[in-house]
Design a protein around this ligand. Sequence first.
Ligand code: RB5
Length: 141
Amino acid sequence: MRVIIASDHAGYTLKERLKEVFASSMAFEDLGTFSEESVDYPDLAHPLSDKVAAGDYEFGILICGTGNGMAMCANKHKDIRAGLCWKPEIAALVRQHNNANILVMPARFIEIETAIEIMKVFFSTAFEGGRHQRRIDKINL
Ligand code: RB5
């Protein structure tokens, strides 16, 4: 599976760790950031969201301190459904009910073990369709 990933400085360490853990099962395009030097999360979130919205990638991953800044930016993009996940149960539901195409994680508030479980669940859970498709069709303005 090819996935595009990005973080700000607060998410940098978690991003690097997740790339190592999933190296054998996922091919990552990493848009940065590439150090713990302070950056602005919109500068990462918008280019990644553009690529997912264009269909270059089916799924993206965004990581910042709380996850909120990344989610706010990503969800400005038409056809992007970015879900902030802090436990695996949320990751399951954001795929089943919301057909999320960007996984957002809050690096400062989850342990690496939780992030790994969130990743496993997010990428192995299918959208349920049905009434959830009707609701998703009402998201874009
Ligand atoms: C960076 O300090 C922090 O504001 C950022 O990572 C994120 O939490 C914003 O939503």
